[in-house]
Design a protein around this ligand. Structure first.
Ligand code: XMP
Length: 320
């Protein structure tokens, strides 16, 4: 078990020695792992680190702006921060695609393309930084924010089309709770340090069936209400992971005197120790009712809200 106060200090020292005068590139997602890795790296090598944040158009509501406000030019870290608006590229690629695995593959590959293009523009970067943490190393499964890169890159070690000498993984000996402690020590805001796991493919795997900008918008709004109400109820840190998903089902309803025919939103909330198994979380009835009525009243094209009670197994946590 690491002592976290000395861990960050020693890791920064180690990175300094390793990178020497070189330059490093980091894919920053705004998740706790890549954020902590980026801040540690910048402590060590300053602006010789470039952080690339790809907005793939499948982020949660306001998320891209929030990430930029922390890590961008007006934030406290003075990072070399590049935000790429790649929304349209991803939407174009996802047009007409309904198969979950295909969607995942497209999103993962497009992400790599965007990232590699940026790496080439920057040029002569020796090191690639990844926010891999210990559980990722062990099972190389999912659960880390860096997993999109990982599942496509880690097999052979390095991205295929960009010349990095080496990968730096400053968190590879740490468990999640240890990463969080380091994050707090580095002064990263609590809402970011305790952020829920958010999968690399983002809302793309929470929209069942074809992903369109319109559906992303619907889901972002429903999910924002869900998260706001869970936070207000003081439950946000008591539930392992919770999010809204947009089902591909439309059904009939009535709004005022009008018949409606709109989407159903599914609320998912699970408690889990390791994300390999999970059970549905108990949310107080009145909280569920409030969320439901707000979503239906405030989000266009949604006329039904359901609560997903499925455990894992047999369900997975994400819906695709
Ligand atoms: P499942 O749906 O497999 O999810 O039960 C288990 C945990 O992993 C997250 N997850 C992902 N994380 N890239 C990621 O970085 C992915 O492709 C991915 N798929 C699932 C999911 O949010 C949950 O925490």
């Amino acid at each position: 078990n690491w002592r976290m106060d000395t861990f960050a200090e020693e890791a920064v020292k180690g990175i300094k020695e390793k990178v020497a005068g070189g330059r490093a590139l980091c894919a920053l997602s705004g998740g706790v792992d890549s954020s902590v890795a980026a801040v540690m790296m910048s402590r060590a090598i300053g602006t010789r680190l470039t952080c690339v944040f790809v907005d793939h158009g499948l982020l949660r509501k306001n998320e891209a702006d929030e990430v930029e406000s922390v890590f961008g030019p007006n934030g406290p870290y003075k990072l070399n921060f590049i935000r790429i608006d790649a929304k349209q590229r991803f939407y174009n690629k996802l047009k007409g695609v309904t198969d979950p695995e295909k969607k995942r593959k497209i999103i993962g590959e497009e992400f790599i393309h965007v990232f590699e293009e940026e790496a080439k523009k920057i040029g002569e970067v020796d090191f690639l930084v990844q926010g891999t943490i210990y559980p990722d190393v062990v099972e190389s499964g999912f659960g880390g924010e860096s997993a999109v890169i990982k599942s496509h890159h880690n097999v052979g070690g390095l991205p295929e089309h960009v010349d990095f000498k080496e990968i730096i993984e400053p968190l590879r000996d740490l468990f999640k709770d240890e990463v969080r402690k380091v994050g707090l020590e580095l002064g990263i805001p609590e809402n970011l340090v305790f952020r829920q796991p958010f999968p690399g493919p983002g809302l793309g795997i929470r929209i069942i069936g074809e992903v369109t900008p319109e559906k992303v918008d619907i889901l972002q709004n429903a999910d924002a209400i869900y998260r706001e109400e869970i936070e207000k109820a003081g439950l946000s840190r008591k539930i392992g992971q919770y999010f809204a998903a947009l089902t591909n089902m439309k059904s009939v309803g009535v709004m005022g005197d009008e018949r409606t025919y709109d989407y159903a939103v599914a609320l998912r909330a699970v408690n889990t120790i390791d994300f390999m198994t999970a059970e549905a979380a108990e949310i107080p009835w009145e909280v569920l009712c409030r969320i439901t009525s707000r979503i239906i009243n405030e989000v266009n094209q949604v006329n039904r809200v359901v609560y997903d009670l499925t455990g894992k197994p047999p369900g997975t946590i994400e819906l695709e």
